[in-house]
Design a protein around this ligand. Structure first.
Ligand code: C2E
Ligand code: CA
Ligand code: CA
Ligand code: CA
Length: 274
């Protein structure tokens, strides 16, 4: 990070676009934010469609700058990736999510899993699998309680390096998920080159279920493909009962979305005050 600073990440250039300038400000703020503990994880449930039970919670990063308005991850994650800070931030997420899961296991939910979003930059590090192993050990968790979601954003510049980490993680028993499948940018190549366990269908794909006949025809074929690769299907962005029924009929094993539970700082949700 220091080296990148010298290379001019924070230097102002008049040619910079508005977006680049915003990103620059956000990046310098991020470093301080990590030191001031301004990050939090919120958790969104994933429901097992057979049993109806919550089987996994996805950790979603939140930044609450002191005295400011919350910054959405879609803005600060790319900045953290551009500056390299995503490595440290990702380590924090891993540690915090594992600690939370261990607490849930102790408080009567011993089979619960946690899903964590991981940047391609983290996966490309030669010590990534090892750092995951350490985080699991520290929290006293089985590797099978952890699912890592590879986000679509960014290039997988070093596929052999990522594949090496994938194999090590899979050998440990960690589940690996491909996020945002069908979001537009095709990540079919990733699916063919990396041994995923789980495929997360993007919310745009789910939303098109009721409106685009093509989606209706595509999804059963995808289901066949997924089951032949032994991939579990998770549907994201479920907002209506009709969508829930549609993905159930398609043979998705899990569903996640506002209909089933919004991301929240506390889980299980506290009973509403009377
Ligand atoms: P994602 O991994 O695809 O996460 C799902 C996003 O959809 C979340 O947005 C979630 O709040 C939102 N969502 C959940 N249910 C629904 C629904 O029913 N309808 C709609 N329209 N949206 C729904 P969020 O929390 O703003 O996160 C945005 C993205 O930021 C995530 O997308 C993920 O790519 C990234 N992200 C979040 N936390 C982390 C993290 O710890 N590390 C990394 N590398 N990326 C993260
Ligand atoms: Ca995700
Ligand atoms: Ca997603
Ligand atoms: Ca598997």
């Amino acid at each position: 990070v220091k080296r990148e600073l010298k290379n001019g990440w924070r230097r102002y250039r008049p040619s910079m676009t508005q977006e680049a300038q915003t990103r620059l400000l956000v990046t310098s703020g991020l470093r301080d934010a990590l030191e001031r503990s301004e990050f939090q994880l919120h958790y969104q449930p994933q429901i097992d469609l057979k049993s109806g039970e919550v089987m996994c919670l996805e950790a979603l990063l939140r930044w609450f700058p002191e005295g400011g308005v919350p910054v959405p991850p879609d803005l600060f994650i790319p900045a953290a990736e551009a500056s390299g800070l995503i490595i440290e931030l990702g380590q924090w997420v891993l540690g915090a999510a594992c600690a939370q899961l261990a607490a849930w296991h102790r408080s009567g939910f011993p089979r619960l899993r946690v899903a964590i979003n991981v940047s391609p930059l983290q996966f490309a590090r030669p010590d990534f699998a090892q750092s995951v192993e350490r985080a699991l050990e520290q929290a006293g968790l089985e590797a099978s309680a952890l699912e890592l979601e590879l986000t679509e954003r960014g290039e997988l510049s070093d596929l052999p390096a990522v594949l090496g980490q994938f194999r090590a993680l899979q050998h440990m028993g960690v589940h690996l998920a491909l996020d945002d499948f069908g979001a537009g940018e095709s990540n079919l190549g990733r699916l063919l080159h990396l041994p995923f366990d789980v495929l997360k269908l993007d919310h745009h794909l789910i939303a098109s279920l009721g409106t685009q006949p093509e989606a209706q025809m595509f999804l059963p074929a995808l289901q066949t493909f997924a089951s032949s690769l032994n991939l579990e299907l998770v549907a994201e962005g479920i907002e209506t009962e009709a969508q829930l029924e549609a993905v159930r009929a398609l043979g998705c094993q899990r569903a996640q979305g506002y209909l089933l539970g919004r991301p929240a700082a506390v889980w299980p949700p506290e009973p509403a005050p009377r």
